[in-house]
Design a binder for this molecule. Structure first.
Ligand SMILES: [Fe+2]
Length: 548
């Protein structure tokens, strides 16, 4: 598909003419967000140094975002939405208020739009205009048309270049781009590119987001594709929970608040930081977004207790059961298929930070999917920096027997370092894991039709800016099956000198990541030694995934 030309700056006069062509009234400031800002907005001076973004596409509405850089404590900017790149066929204009309390961020939910339609938009101050963005509304509720989406996670800025975003921005208009967590990393790291400070409070989180959004690839992705975002741990702090381990209240509130400031995302009226939600894309797909950090709890020893919580689990089950769509996509932070490490065909769960640590919730969910015979449930997962295509087994038996009740696709990471485990041994201990690659980086594309879901993993050299992407592997899942099938002509595993264990260790870009890798390698080695000493009785490890 064709890409659109680079952004063109309109003159202020031209935008003013267009801005007055249609009255405001089709847009509103997202609920609750409005409490932070005045509603008596006027357009003030300033510029749009952080680009533009859109998200949460519905069949008739989109959330628009930008940020006004201004000296004024209270100000506003005009949003113009049109059906053409020149912004001549204007369909909505509105003046959106902002103020210092929300760091100049601008958000508006514009309704009254046509389904499955491309829109172009720009923001205007009294002396500047933003780049022109592009977005797309969702297909109408009764549409049986196919969908193209893409997803990624874990963009550690100092580690490498966001080449996956560079390509995803050129794919042509996607129906949706899903950002599955670790949009930013909270620790300081200055090796390849610089994050020279930790994020602990409002100022540092805001400064970090400015650095990330100055990245050309991420900025372009936001400019041309509508997104939804779920946060994982690093939007606040590594491996945190609601209670134990618990970050400082200041750090947590700042992380959530700044994430809302920088994302094209509405707020729920009475749940200020709720992000779990669902978006319908015709009869083809329901996108159910989860939050596996905010409601997560541990016991007094820091052992896992609750991952999503009662209210969210009930929401998820209700949406899965009521969904009118063929494909039920669950946008999910952490891996739901078990990940066992071991020898002799007997494995041990190694990462209690993912669903493996929360058996009672996982069993309840997967038992429900099986009992209700809900078909085509597909988990799209971030967190683990590894490409995987998985069956999701319901209570797998000790002898390796299992029934798959869903599938899971994990699209590697944009840059963050993956797991140094050999693919073949992972597959031996986890027959439901059909591919495993922790060495490469990029994103995934998913094409949905009435007949099948097709997932394509794309990778590139992240040490080279704007390096081209290539296909790592492609997976086809026929409708009403719960098994990813490798597409002819692509490979499930890379092996030999290119194996993840070898190349990941060699390419570890900085000391902190090398340390984390060594921790995993030590654990895997000790595990093998212990098994040889004691036999294969499973024993659980304390929480922790090594700080990714
Ligand atoms: Fe991550």
């Amino acid at each position: 598909m064709a890409s659109i030309p680079p952004p063109r700056i309109l003159t202020r006069r031209r935008l003013l003419v267009h801005g007055t062509a249609v009255g405001a009234g089709l847009a509103f400031v997202p609920s609750a967000w409005g409490r932070l800002i005045t509603q008596d907005a006027t357009v003030g001076p300033g510029f749009f140094a952080d680009g533009v973004a859109s998200g949460e596409p519905a069949a008739n509405a989109v959330t628009f975002w930008s940020r006004l850089t201004t000296e004024r404590a209270v100000s506003g900017a005009r949003l113009v939405v049109a059906t053409d790149e020149g912004l001549t066929n204007t369909v909505a204009t509105t003046v959106v208020p902002t103020r210092r309390a929300i760091d100049g961020s601008l958000k508006a939910r514009v309704g009254g739009l046509k389904p499955d339609t491309l829109y172009y938009y720009a923001w205007q101050s009294s002396d500047g205009v933003s780049p022109i963005g592009r977005t797309k509304t969702a297909k109408p509720a009764d549409s049986a048309a196919g969908l193209r989406m893409a997803f990624s996670s874990c963009q550690d800025f100092p580690v490498g270049f966001f080449n996956g975003h560079t390509e995803a921005a050129t794919l042509g208009p996607l129906d949706l781009y899903l950002l599955l967590g670790d949009y930013q990393y909270e620790y300081e790291n200055t090796e390849t590119r610089s994050d020279a400070f930790p994020t602990v409070d409002l100022k540092s989180f805001r400064d970090r987001h400015k650095i990330y959004r100055a990245d050309k690839a991420l900025r372009e992705l936001h400019r041309v594709q509508p997104v939804v975002h779920i946060w994982d741990d690093h939007e606040v702090e590594d491996n945190y929970t609601e209670n134990n381990p618990r970050p400082s209240d200041l750090q947590r509130a700042a992380g959530y608040r700044v994430s809302f400031e920088w994302m094209p995302r509405m707020q729920f009226p009475r749940e200020q930081f709720r992000i779990y939600n669902r978006w319908q894309h015709g009869r083809m797909a329901d996108v159910i977004m989860l939050d596996q950090r905010q409601y997560r709890t541990g016991d007094l020893d820091g052992q896992p207790r609750q991952l999503v919580g009662r209210a969210q689990l009930d929401f998820l089950k209700a949406r899965l059961k009521a969904s009118p769509s063929t494909w039920k996509l669950v946008a999910n932070q952490v891996m739901i298929a078990p990940l066992l490490v071991g020898v002799g065909g007997v494995g041990q769960e190694v990462n209690q930070d993912q669903w493996d640590g929360y058996d009672s919730e996982r069993n309840e969910l997967l038992d429900f999917i099986a009992a209700e015979q809900i078909s085509n449930v597909v988990f799209l997962t971030g967190d683990i920096h590894t490409y995987m295509s998985n069956e999701v087994p319901q209570r797998p038996g000790a002898a390796g027997t299992y029934k798959s009740v869903a599938t899971e696709y994990i699209g590697g990471s944009i840059t963050s370092s993956g797991l140094p485990l050999p693919a073949e041994s992972v597959n031996a201990a986890n027959p439901w894991i059909k591919t495993f690659n922790g060495a490469d980086h990029g994103y995934a594309q998913i094409d949905l039709s009435a007949a099948e879901a097709v997932v394509t993993y794309r990778v590139s050299d992240i040490q080279q800016e704007a390096a081209p992407s290539r296909t790592l592997s492609r997976w086809r899942q026929p409708v009403n099956t719960n098994t990813p099938v490798l597409d002819a002509g692509t490979r499930a595993f890379r092996s030999g000198p290119e194996s993840p264990a070898d190349s990941a260790s060699e390419s570890a870009p900085n000391a902190a990541l090398r340390r984390r890798r060594r921790r995993w390698e030590r654990f895997a080695r000790r595990d093998v030694e212990r098994r040889e000493r004691e036999g294969a009785a499973p024993r659980r490890r304390r929480r922790g995934k090594g700080g990714r």
